[in-house]
Design a protein. Sequence first.
Length: 348
Amino acid sequence: MSFDGASALIQHSTSNIYGYIPTTWICALFIALYAISTLAHIGEAVRTKTWFMLCTVVLCGISELIGWFARLWSSKNILALTPFLMQISTTIFAPTFTAAANFIILGSIIKRVGPQYSRLQAYSFGFIFISIDVVALVVQAVGGGIASSAPSLAANGRPVTAPPPVSSQSVHGGHIMLGGIVVQLVEIVVSLALSAEFFYNYYTRRVIRDLPTVDPTLTTEKGVATPPVAARNGKKGIFGRMKRAGSETASEQTVAADVEKKSWKVDLAIEHRMSSKLVIMSWALAFSSLCLLIRSIYRTIELSNGWNGRIIQTQVYFNVLDGAMVVLSMYTLNFFHPGFLLYEDDTA
């Protein structure tokens, strides 16, 4: 029997849960792409001190690496159940971490450009949407756990028929996973809509929230606290907060510490021009979010068709609409990193 004939026989045998054999070189390619991006993100986060990127995009890369290593494993041993369960879980929830990074970046842009043009408080963008992200992540994890333990997917540690007889437990788990994906899809759509509204309001100078120009809580015995010296020098922290330059007097340092402690949750009406770096960061953020939106739409349709659906058993859809979309989202934040575009001094 020829190699192609043997491959086709295995692909349609009674022990193949995928419905296809993951292509070895494609799995290796995605492993390389995710590894390069993840290592670059670690280096960029350390260099620019944008530590939140380690807890978000880097975790996405690590999760994707686990998933694609599992798919590579499956390409060599299509009968193994463990790699199938590994990849279906990790590739489902991994992009949640990159979405969280996008929400943090968006909140920082809003706070720098003009919170009065945003329907939500700048701090709320990160807090609300990341909280929803966590809920979606938990729902997907619970659904994945239920589905992976279903007897239709495993029997005595080995996969059974393909297409496997779908039990009510696996269907229930799939529906829960679908619920988590839908939550994430709605979340991304809402965040993109609010983002579009913010930029429209900014460019048309349409103020939708009346905000103070000075934070009334940041006062001293002599009156309103002045910004820290570092703020006047244009130095930023990882979330756009001010970092003291080290040249202040003791009284200035006390005031600066008070400002830094309180001001990151307070929105003030400001008029900051949209610098070239902020424009680039905004477009990069929009593209990264669009990639995640496409991926979420695909996953929603995929899971709604069930475990034996044509979409979930077509490899090219997964490679292009899941793997490639997350790669593009991560690499966008590599080339247009917030540490260089958002938090460094911009005189352009």
